[in-house]
Design a protein around this ligand. Sequence first.
Ligand SMILES: *Cc1c(COP(=O)(O)O)cnc(C)c1O
Length: 349
Amino acid sequence: MKITLSKKSKIGNVDFENLEFGKIFTDHIFVSKYSNGQWSEGEIMPYGDFLISPSARVFHYGQAIFEGMKCYKSENNSLILFRPDENFKRFNKSSARMAIPEIDKEVFFNGLTHLLKLDSEWVKKGDGNALYIRPFVFASEPSINASEANEYIFMIICCASKSYYGDQKIKVKIEEKYSRAAKGGVGYAKAAGNYAAQFYPTLLAKNEGYQQIIWTDSNNHKSIEEAGTMNLFFRIKDKLITSPTSDSILDGITRKSIIELAQSFNIDVEERPITIDELMSSFEKGELKEIFGTGTAVVVLPIESFGYKNKDYKIPEIENPFSIKLKKKLNDIQYDRSLDFGDWKLKIT
Ligand SMILES: *Cc1c(COP(=O)(O)O)cnc(C)c1O
């Protein structure tokens, strides 16, 4: 693989204690191009701007998908990826839905591991610290013909990150007007446009003092789907409930890991639809103990209150919440402080 090193590392200028998420990128990127029916082996080059035609199809029809994964550093300096095969599979599942050619496993993992070894100094030890990895692909073919492209660019970029919301809890709003995803649509794919479509309703919610939206089904806004870029768990009495994944819900890797970990703690987990009615009645009865979101960026994020029909409902504080116990267990695995659970860790070095 061709590797062009950056002339000077930017790492000396980075304040790792005060990182704004998603802004500080490492020194190198991986790039592979698709044309004539195949992906190139790819190459590593310095992070930097590049030229692209104004008629590249991605600008016009939004053919683009991405993944989000993290690389962790253990106390003895191993670089660890968490279930990267799952990200790879989902990458191609998202691609297939958007008529983007699937990428070869070898190209994906060769690029990823070379890049991580090269920029390993950017992965910091300690809870919350990780390198956030963003593989993405977009239609680069210069043509505004409204059909799938024949040329694509695949890239992996990485940014330094601390945990997304720190140790905060967030307030969310149950959405009853707008929808994130519909049956038969692209909600299960990490398609770029899904996120663009969330910004406006989320902006309205932010103006009302919420950080994120809880999306409900697009048919009648009665059952709860997921939030921003998180799957949701509801603890009612001592049971955890999470909506089943579907074509309108993203199949989160953190979600399925949390389900398995919860079961290993003998917590009852039900994957079934949960309605706003059930949420409200369990709240009224004092049986709603916790709500938390799960996702690679946030890992496990407790929700302190939710808004519904212009009223806020605050979840009372409890001792020893499941969210903390599950987050700790997951972090212990990710930072290699505890044994693997199944075959989740991939050690790069
Ligand atoms: C990425 C994402 C998630 C979380 O998935 P993880 O694999 O756990 O990171 C949940 N919902 C949406 C809409 C997402 O884009």
